[in-house]
Design a protein around this ligand. Structure first.
Ligand SMILES: *[C@@H]1O[C@H](CO)[C@@H](O)[C@H](O)[C@H]1NC(C)=O
Length: 325
């Protein structure tokens, strides 16, 4: 029970002040104060003033803009025109597989605007054809979500991803018109062709809340088999709902096909999920900026696929998959 007795009273002694006495001006005291002020406070003021002056004349100059920036009249924002999209209505995924990296400046049709490996010289026209093909598919069908897929795979390209580069190239060409602008997005983590497919399906889920009814891959014709028969097979994606549009770069098609057999198809054939030996090492090399995706979290239905790496590298994933039901 709380005590009901009131707290003890405390007596506070307030000193009384004789106001008339305290405020009585005495000319004598004022004079003394004036002398004291000059003797004591003036030197202090002089020192303070000196310090302020020294600070003022030695203070750092405000940072000035580099002259190039100061003279360039950049628009604060571009006026975009776009039709709003209800993403939950989209059903078709079109993914364009990234190869080189467009650096964002100069014409994307000019090879020197791209970061390329030596063996990619001469292929920029094909990259642009892939981008154009993806755009055309998006324009033809209003239920298409177009994704450019490819991570920040090259140290020399800086922090530009392949996907960003493709998007910027399409933009530079004026291809992102208002009907498709909001349906053209990027997938920025893939480090190989298997990840291009898996991660783009995951991005579709992130954006629309569901998995695509159809998947169309746009890439090199000489890689068709790898996508159709290995990656699609590894993901158990129904053949009837999986398409491939192939456009080859100029040059000797037989040589390309041979190279693909040796350095692409045969590696994934022995290692369907690209997670052992050579293919795993390739992925480390293709991730110089040490990026990691969050698809396992955004796509809980297929979370098991992202780190699936069976002891037998050709053992097909046994878990449930949304596109099988
Ligand atoms: C491509 O870009 C380079 C570097 O900017 C330039 O020197 C060259 O003239 C360009 N080529 C064409 C065909 O425009």
């Amino acid at each position: 029970m709380p005590s009901r007795t009131p707290p003890p009273m405390v007596r506070i002694n307030i000193p009384t002040v004789n106001i008339s006495e305290a405020w009585a001006p005495t000319p004598l005291r004022k004079q003394r104060l004036g002398v004291r002020f000059i003797k004591l406070y003036m030197p202090c003021l002089l020192i303070i003033s000196l310090v302020i002056n020294i600070y003022y004349f030695t203070r750092p100059e405000p940072l000035s803009l580099p002259s190039a920036l100061a003279t360039t009249k950049m628009p604060l924002h571009r006026q975009r025109e776009y039709t709003e999209v209800d993403y939950t209505h989209l059903t078709d995924l079109v993914l364009v597989v990234g190869h080189g990296v467009y650096m964002g400046e100069g014409s994307p049709l000019n090879e020197s605007s791209w970061f390329l490996l030596n063996e990619q010289r001469g292929e920029v026209g094909a990259f642009m054809a892939h981008i154009g093909q993806g755009i055309e598919l998006a324009m033809e069908h209003d239920r298409v979500l177009l994704l450019f897929s490819g991570g920040k795979t090259r140290l020399g390209a800086g922090a530009h991803s392949e996907a960003q580069g493709y998007w910027a190239a399409a933009d530079k060409m004026g291809w992102l018109n208002k009907d498709i602008y909001r349906r053209v997005l990027t997938e920025e983590f893939a480090r190989d062709s298997y990840e291009n497919v898996l991660f783009s399906i995951a991005r579709f889920r992130e954006i629309t809340g569901k998995y695509p009814d159809r998947v169309t891959v746009v890439g090199f014709e000489f890689k068709r088999d790898r996508f159709m028969n290995l990656h699609r097979h590894a993901l158990k994606y129904p053949k009837i709902r999986f398409n491939y549009v192939g456009i080859n770069p100029p040059g000797d098609v037989n040589r390309m096909a041979k190279g693909e057999r040796k350095n692409g198809f045969s590696l994934f054939e022995k290692d369907l999920y690209g997670c052992s030996d050579q293919l795993a090492k390739k992925k480390v090399v293709r991730n110089p900026f040490m990026m990691s995706h969050g698809y396992a979290k955004s796509c809980p239905e297929i979370a098991g696929l992202f780190d699936y790496c069976p002891g037998n590298p050709t053992a097909i994933y046994e878990g449930d998959l949304p596109w099988l039901s």
